[in-house]
Design a protein around this ligand. Sequence first.
Ligand code: SAM
Length: 434
Amino acid sequence: MTPLWRQLQAAASVLQAIREGTSATPALAAVDAPLRPGVQALVFHALRHLGRAEVLRSLLANRTPPPKADALLCLALALAWRAEDAPYEPFTLVNQAVEAANRGPAKAQASFLNACLRRFLREREELVAISERDPVAVWNHPRWWIQRLKKEQPERWQAVLAANNRHAPMTLRINQRKSTVAHFIAALTATNIGAEAVGASGVQLNAPHPVQAIPGFESGTFSVQDAAAQLAAPLLLRELDTRQPLRLLDACAAPGGKTAHLLELADAHVTALDIDAQRCERIHQNLQRLGLRAEVVAADAANPDAWWNGLPFDGILLDAPCTASGIVRRHPDVRWLRRESDIAQLAGIQAQLLHRLWPLLRPGGRMLYCTCSVFQAEGREQIETFLTRHTDAVFRPSPGHLMPQNGVDGQTFSDNGLGDNDGFFYALLEKRVV
Ligand SMILES: C[S@@+](CC[C@H](N)C(=O)[O-])C[C@H]1O[C@@H](n2cnc3c(N)ncnc32)[C@H](O)[C@@H]1O
């Protein structure tokens, strides 16, 4: 069995890579395959407690150690600070973290780490009590994020941050061309997988399972998709006449989750566009597994001259690139990767995509704009600005900002509609017939 110190060394390298701006997925891909699942569990736990760890480190050390040693120190503090949910007994974690320092690139700081961590074990209660005064330690998000959310969501910011620190459930979308929610739940029950229906086509599992272990994956009976993301396709199709074959554009489509949902619900010609050619491959793979067909195009949605044939679309889905601030519970690295300046930069890209794609919609057609963000600059404010600049656009009833929430043990928001979902923003726009 791999000794814990080796796993801690690998987890500290991943944490350092994330701090330097690499996403968790590629950072974890660099870890040896046999170590990866254990290292991922340690890193995800640490990311959910990194704010606490950094505040504790600042109480223990009057200077920040060099990056490799700091990553190991903060990792150990994040894992050990609260005995109740520590993945290993805190003394073991500390011993093994010092071992990891002694045997790796943080060797020169090993005695410093040892001193900090031993003091932490001796004075844990007192240090944790002091750290409680800092919101970064309490909420485990960057200070700017907490302040912004507090201002934008004065009633909800604490519940949203608390939801972000919980684990998301595994939610599936049933391919209605192959099965129904009721049949699928019956098949799950027969294999002892507990689940319940959520939304129109969703099934939420009581516990996560590898997809291959769930009946019907290879044959395309279901896809993995959060409950809030499952609202997109029905919303876009809601007011379109689906008796005619529709011409639809999914402008930012990869890996194809919402493209597939559109095709499961309607007989449509769907152009699935994405700027990233490699990610377009994922659209092909997903559609093939589900038994669906779309025209997949690798191109920049903001430059239609390069790919549009001039035939207007009945419906456009714009699932725009965003901060991903609504899917933090599934991607605990996101909060530490983002800078506050990313919001304005991404809002600029979203505004350009909206503006460039709007002329491609036929009069009477619908555009659904969505982001998996909780920030208003990427949602409500974006659409308010768009509506003032495009007088032929009419706002149709839409969910607006959905906040991440946990229906099982957390606070739920009555206007969210679903029990357990990621944060999303949805605005449905109709082009006026003049
Ligand atoms: C939120 S993801 C889309 C998720 C997808 N709709 C789904 O449900 O599976 C945003 C996508 O936008 C793509 N993208 C970013 N800028 C783009 C652009 N200018 N044109 C087309 N695609 C773009 C990214 O490559 C990324 O795949």
